[in-house]
Design a protein around this ligand. Structure first.
Ligand code: ATP
Ligand code: MG
Length: 225
């Protein structure tokens, strides 16, 4: 006789990572729609942001006129302040309630951008992340990979076609983005069970299929009684 609570589905926490323009936001919506059609309760959040406090921090980090003088240390702490709020206000309660949480960037981005990109002390970066997450980790991370050239092309197409605000992160130089990409690859190699690298080239539908092949294998387990 199974225990009463063994029939409660455990929540699944999936994060999307990858460089600017790799397709994270596009693909999260696709995955959200698929999961909802299957009857899952899905929460979609983004970093920095995802809560009222986090969205204010996001504005300060990305678009505020004052952020041009921001130090790397301030950036690290603000990103993780947003994360601390998101984990406690949204992610942890949703997972405990058995929901599916999809997050557009999470702590791997901090390791890639602040650790590898800005070349901050990796020990400091990881310590701050630990405080922010309280030890929570994604069940699955989809790392979308496109070339630096393709990233630049998609970002400039987006800037030309949409009314986009100035974004401090996108103003960094090419060497910075190459260090970030190296960082993502190193992170993926170090945690192959959690992090699945997906080729982000091709049509939106092709990338969606690649992601779905991975996610469906991952969610079958927690839904089995
Ligand atoms: N497979 C694809 N083929 C061509 N264009 C794409 C593809 N996927 C996304 N795009 C387009 O590229 C741009 C960037 O995609 P998207 O915003 O999803 O990337 P992102 O990873 O969320 O970027 P950021 O890190 O800057 O938020 C968008 O204009 C989107 O429509
Ligand atoms: Mg995005």
């Amino acid at each position: 006789m199974p225990l009463a609570n063994s029939t409660i589905h455990k929540g699944v926490f999936i994060t999307f990572e990858g460089t600017e323009g790799s397709g994270k936001s596009t693909q999260i919506v696709r995955l959200e729609n698929r999961l909802r059609k299957l009857g899952y309760t899905v929460k979609v959040v983004r970093e920095p942001g995802g809560t009222p406090i986090g969205e204010e921090i996001r504005h300060t980090l990305k678009h505020s006129a004052a952020n041009q003088g921001m130090t790397a240390e301030t950036e690290l702490l603000l990103l993780n302040a947003s994360r601390a709020q998101l984990v406690r206000e949204i992610v942890r309660p949703a997972i405990e309630a058995g929901e599916m949480v999809l997050c557009d960037r999470f702590y791997d981005s901090t390791i890639a951008y602040q650790g590898y990109g800005r070349e901050m002390s990796m020990a400091d970066v990881k310590n701050v992340i630990e405080v922010a997450t309280g030890g929570i980790s994604p069940n699955l991370t989809i790392l979308l990979r496109i070339s630096v050239n393709a990233s630049e092309a998609r970002r400039s197409a987006r800037q030309n076609s949409e009314a986009t605000q100035r974004d401090r992160f996108e103003e960094a130089n090419r060497a910075f983005f190459e260090r970030v990409e190296t960082g993502f690859q190193a992170i993926a190699a170090s945690e192959p069970n959690r992090i699945k690298t997906v080729d982000g080239n091709g049509t939106i539908e092709q990338v969606e299929e690649r992601i779905w092949e991975i996610v469906r294998r991952c969610i079958e387990v927690p839904r089995d009684p």
